[in-house]
Design a protein around this ligand. Structure first.
Ligand code: M1P
Length: 270
């Protein structure tokens, strides 16, 4: 597919790349992309380098953006699943990274022991189920009730957590015990919180764009001076906020995939 588009150096809009969030920006939340959006992306790619950056993994993005005959990696110049911990450039995988690789087994075990002991000691929690720590590629997800909780048990935990501040207290306890680990804590859902290295939000993928200019890497040599980013969670606390407000990017807040198409058409004339 990449051969259907001009070489990165020959795209008419120079030193420019357009990055998109996935859910709520290219597709409706957790749904698949429209044919109209794919056509617009294809027209855009004739003019400028394009990429996406999403928090979930490649399998999910293939379901949302690709088709059985079209791998998602063929639709963009740069694909950044898991915020760029996994990365593809012109269809080829780049070296990846992981939470355990970054933290190391010894520190990881200390953290896990602390968490399990703390959770074991919570005496007034309404229910305890299973999978209190979920080990993911780029983070761990910690849940005092456990990820095996049913929907009713999730609702019950969430209501109790609002009163007791259980998750916030646990986060404060980890921060006090491990002040130097450089970890970020994010309460994004009902029953858990995510723990990942500082900076491993969507900004992580920018290092792959910056690498293009590095002569030692023997890539395109392009210094992308204009990095546009489109996202629908571009507000403090939203998972597009850090990259949207980063000085290295030109942030565009959108309200839906239709709004993304409208803004892209206006800005890039596609
Ligand atoms: O997307 C928000 C969060 O969704 C889930 O949270 P919970 O199970 O607590 O409702 C998790 O997948 C979590 O990692 C994620 O941040």
């Amino acid at each position: 597919m990449a051969e259907l588009y001009p070489d990165l150096k020959d795209r008419p809009i120079k030193e420019t790349i357009v990055l998109f969030d996935v859910d709520g920006t290219l597709t409706p939340a957790r749904r698949t992309v429209s044919a109209e959006m794919l056509q617009m992306l294809s027209r855009l790619r004739q003019k400028v380098a394009i990429g996406y950056v999403g928090g979930s993994d490649l399998v999910k993005q293939q379901e949302q953006l690709g088709t059985p005959s079209l791998p998602v990696q063929s639709l963009f110049d740069f694909c950044f699943p898991e915020n760029g911990l996994t990365a593809f450039r012109l269809g080829q995988a780049l070296p990846g990274n992981s939470f355990i690789q970054w933290l190391g087994e010894e520190k990881y075990q200390k953290l896990v022991r602390f968490l399990l002991k703390y959770i074991a000691g919570i005496e007034d929690i309404p229910k305890m189920r299973g999978t209190f720590i979920e080990f993911r590629n780029g983070m761990i997800n910690v849940s005092p009730v456990g990820r095996n909780a049913s929907q009713a048990e999730r609702d019950e935990f969430e209501a109790w957590d609002k009163k007791s501040g259980c998750r916030e207290k646990l986060i404060k306890a980890i921060q006090a015990e491990f002040p130097h680990l450089g970890l970020t804590y994010s309460i994004g859902g009902q029953i858990s919180f995510d723990v990942f290295p500082d900076g491993w939000d969507k900004r992580y993928c920018l290092q792959h764009i910056e690498a293009e200019a590095d002569p030692s890497k023997n890539l395109s040599g392009i210094h992308y001076k204009h990095i546009h980013f489109f996202g629908d969670k571009a507000f403090p606390g939203g998972n597009d906020w850090e990259i949207y407000s980063d000085p290295r990017t030109i942030g565009h807040a959108v309200t839906s995939p239709e709004d993304t198409m409208k803004q892209v058409k206006e800005i890039f004339g596609v």
